[in-house]
Design a protein around this ligand. Sequence first.
Ligand code: DQA
Length: 145
Amino acid sequence: MQLLVLNGPNLNLLGTREPKIYGSTTLAQIEADCVAHGQTLGVSVSCAQSNHEGALIDHLHAARGTMAGVVLNAGAYTHTSVALRDAITASELSVVELHLSNTHARESFRHVSLIAPVCVGVIQGFGAAGYRLALSALHGHLNRP
Ligand code: DQA
């Protein structure tokens, strides 16, 4: 089983970007941890990041039919992108929405997720540890009886 961990805009700056909100773990450390956690689950984890909406959509299209599911931190596109939501639906993939921060405890414009209704579920507010939680949840979802 292959799973994709896909990160959106500004998440390449993790570690130095607003560490009080997002923590001090870098994206490279998170991705290495996702691969290691995948090994404990018996799945192969690939990782990608882009600051560009279209490139994220291309990643979802490429994952269609090759990956079993996706952990997606769409960053700010979560709150704005109908195109990303449509790509999730079109990909027919199981997608877990992920955020490091608890978006409901922040500005009101972050309270709306355009992608949540087409995702399996949402994990947020647990910082970098959320990626492991999301992978475990996605794995459990895909292996449900
Ligand atoms: C984020 C939350 C978003 O609102 C924000 O735009 C991000 C990061 C998170 O992981 O907490 O870029 O997705």
